[in-house]
Every structure is written in structure tokens, then in C-alpha cells.
Design a protein around this ligand. Sequence first.
Ligand SMILES: [Zn+2]
Length: 306
Amino acid sequence: MKRITVLGTLVLLGGLSIAVTAAQQPAPQPSVDNLTVEKVKDNLFVVRGGGGNTAVFVTATGVTLVDTKNPGWGQPLLDKVKTLTDKPVTRVINTHTHYDHVSGNVALPGTVEIIAHENTQKLMTEMNPVSGLGTTPNVFKDNPGKGMPKRTFKDKLTIGAGADQINLYYFGPAHTGGDAFVEFPALRVMHVGDTFPNKGLPIMDKSNDGSGVEYANTITKAVNGVPNVDWLINGHTPAQTTPAEMKEFAEFVREFVTTIQAAKKAGKTSDEAAAAWTTPAKYKGYAAPNADRTKAYTAVIYAETK
Ligand SMILES: [Zn+2]
């Protein structure tokens, strides 16, 4: 009897201590030990932690990184890459302008080629506040002349050939106005950045030329326009997803947008429309709506809908 009581107390204390830790846990400090690696193929890895998911593509001549994480995480990322290959980082591709995908750029040697969509190059000189989030860090202001893309593309760019080939695509506005899709055709893998960040309502960053109304159309074009892909690397998921999951995500976004547009047509205010939104049960494994985020992107759709 006594033994059971003691156990019960321990469990309770354990539960409390977990709850307290979760509530007070500070963000992990920039450190190579706070990054994890997932091997996708022999020459393709995903480094997770410290911001958006980074793809590490090892080619015959050097390493290409897709996205470079939060401020302070560039050097830990480079240190992590050293545990995977002896080859130097020679190229960075930024999927879009957000600080949690580009800030590590400033830690790179000046010899590294940085590539982005032409709209993202422009947006990175501005680092506008993100719709729904407000002001975000701007490492480029503190590191003048460092980390900016010098090479850009408009609709499609092919780099390298054979096993080392990379295709970059742009299909229109969605998460931002410069979302790049990065295909590794020999591996049948594509990094889709934050156009499909995870299973939940995405940021529709009108302040950086993104679009709520166009979002589903744009990502449907991407998933249909690059058909020979088996796996996707997403901006913020803990594991890879499939093109079929991205098609479902596009339908989820489309349903959100059409529901909000119908509410506007019915004379509801933006906040009323946002408050009425719930995630339809058919979208399994999707995050419950975050009230602030729903409000912010409902307002984006109201502004875009005449
Ligand atoms: Zn983003």
C-alpha cells in the first residue's frame, strides 16, 4: 500500500516537472549538438533544428545547401556538414526570404555561390515584417554585403548534370512571392521549403508578396509540374512527406480559402470568419487551428478577395 502511494507521488511529480520544463524551455542555443541529421540518400541529407530544414546535397565538386537556418546557426550548420563529408560547401540555394531559412548565409565564406528566385533576392534586401508574425530578425543589416544571393532565376534554372543535377522552379506566389522548389532529379526528391511547411495552416505572407488566394493553385502547379518525385523535404516537418500528402495539403488550403471567401460573401467580418474556422476532420494528423494565425491569414484572404 505504502509502496503504491510513493509511486503515485513520483509519477505526479514527474508529470509536473515535465509540464514546467515544457513551459519554461528556452529555445535551443546555436550548437552543432542541437542539430540532427536524417540520411535521405547516400549523397542527400536533411539537417533539422535551428530554423527551417536544410538539405545537404553532396556532389562530385562540393556541397550544395538548401536553406541556412536562424541567426547564429550558420556555423553550427557548417560544422554539422563536416561530419557528413570532407567536401567544401560551394553553393547555397535559399527557398525564400524568411529569416529562419536565410540567416546562416552570413556565416559562409564569400566564395560560396548563393542562388535564389529573383523576387527573393529583392525581398532579402528588404526583410519586411512577416504577415501575422510582425518584425523578424535582419542579419543582413548587421552584416552589410554578406550572404546575399548573386545568382537568380525567373521560371526555371538547371544547375549541373547527371547525378549532380539540380532543377529550380518558380510557380507563382504562395507562402511568399519568391518560393523556389528545388528538385534533385537523379534522386527523385524535392525540397519544397515553407510552401508545405507542415500539416497545418501555412503562413500566407502578403507583406513579402505571398498570396492566400493563389496559394493552392501555385502549389498544385508545383506538385503536378515536377512529376518524377517520390519524396519531399518540407520546411519544418520532422520527417519527409510524399507528393500525395502535398496534394492533400493543397486541398486543405483551398478549402480554407473558399470557406473564408464564402463567409465574406455572406457578410461576416474577417474576425467572425476566422473564429468559425475549424480543421475539417478528413485532414488526418493536421494541427488544430492557431487562433492568431487563422485571424491573420483570414485577413489576407479578405484583402485579396474583391
Ligand atoms: Zn517561411
